[in-house]
Design a protein around this ligand. Structure first.
Ligand code: ACO
Length: 329
């Protein structure tokens, strides 16, 4: 527990673009099969933003829905953090565009880039700013439009990712429930595992880098796969230990949705039954920083999560970054 004031999730929301790209569609685009994608990843379909939608549009929809579910006015929001690695532009921050769209005029707004772990990192930053009494109400959004950064000719990555956004409203709470604790980690020694090499200061945009397709997402799948299982299992155990809890206390684990085989392996390592793992990868694919808040919102909408439940969010992604958050709902 950080500081004296506890924080709680008081509303959730999510948005998935209307267009659905199925495995059958991908069979017509690259040398792949529905059978390979489903057995190797668990994914059946993913949502793709329309040409006029960018990350801030997805984030705005999710944010508006989260505010509505929390019954909080945009004008009451003090802080907006958008966790994304696919922002509208390198600058300004996507969070500023969202702040303007929803008319949260008094809110401080910035983006946080920790790839797939961005949402948990952002939750931790916001929770600490609320716990220390600086802010009262925060809007934390995970939003990605990965379809714009995928090499649609690379079958090893294009079948995995999708677009979407999820959001939560965080507030100080007088109750004993809420966000119990966080554990975060990073290892830049693994920076080569997943990257978008060009478009930054190292390799600025040029005809040459575009011809070499260096402005697209690249991943070393096998190394990533093993590290994800190890670090998500460890992070879950670690955050529970910090909170004085054990695996037996967990009602739901909401892991980053990168591959159903990773989630199953994590469940096995933790001796956690599969019905305690929230899985929606079959219909959303990997939406990076957005997977956890989308899965959380869907679980709330479906009435799965009850007051008093112990929820653990856990993630792993480019950086490398990883982290977990224990929540008493
Ligand atoms: N369709 C058909 N065959 C394919 C496809 C495809 N879409 N993609 C790869 N293959 C082939 C490969 O070419 C290889 O063929 P070969 O044996 O003839 O060389 C074979 O399938 C096996 O490839 P592997 O890479 O060994 O397959 P694996 O079982 O490891 O699955 C995958 C690949 C799904 C990418 C897996 O490694 C994975 O999920 N990795 C982790 C992803 C992850 O956690 N990412 C983190 C977050 S992402 C982010 O931060 C944005």
């Amino acid at each position: 527990m950080h500081g004296q004031i506890r924080t709680a999730v008081v509303g959730t929301g999510s948005y998935l673009p209307e267009k659905v790209l199925t495995n059958a569609d991908l069979e017509r685009m690259v040398d792949t099969t529905d059978e390979w994608i489903q057995t190797r990843t668990g994914i059946k379909e993913r949502h793709i933003a329309s040409p006029d939608e960018a990350t801030s549009d997805l984030a705005t929809q999710a944010a508006s829905r989260a505010l509505e579910s929390a019954n909080v006015e945009a004008g009451e929001v003090d802080l907006i953090i958008v966790a994304t690695c696919t922002p509208d532009m390198l600058l300004p921050a996507t969070a500023c565009i969202v702040q303007h769209n929803i008319k949260a005029h008094k809110a401080v707004a910035f983006d946080l880039e920790a790839a797939c772990s961005g949402f948990i990192y952002a939750l931790s930053v916001a929770s600490n700013l609320i716990s220390s009494g600086i802010y009262h109400t925060a809007l934390i959004i995970g939003a990605e439009t990965f379809s714009r950064f995928i090499d649609w000719k690379d079958r090893s990555t294009c079948v995995l990712l999708g677009d979407g956004a999820g959001a939560v409203v965080l507030r100080a709470t007088p109750k004993s429930n809420g966000l119990l604790d966080f554990y975060l980690g990073a290892d830049g020694g693994g920076a080569e595992y997943m990257k978008i090499p060009a478009g930054g200061s190292r390799l600025p945009a040029s005809h040459d880098v575009i011809n070499q397709r260096l402005h697209y997402f690249q991943m070393r799948g096998n190394e990533t796969f093993k590290a994800a299982i190890k670090l998500m299992s460890y992070s879950t155990k670690r955050v529970l230990k910090q909170s004085g809890l054990s695996i037996a206390d967990v009602d739901y684990l909401i892991p980053h949705q990168a591959n159903v085989r990773i989630m199953e392996a994590v469940a096995k390592r933790l001796s956690l039954p599969l019905d305690k793992i929230i899985i929606n990868i079959q219909s959303c694919g990997n939406t990076s920083a957005a997977t956890i808040p989308i899965a959380l919102d869907q679980a709330v909408q479906e009435g799965k999560i009850a007051d008093g439940n112990l929820i653990v969010l856990v993630s792993f992604g480019a950086g490398l970054t990883w982290g977990a958050c224990a929540i008493k709902w």
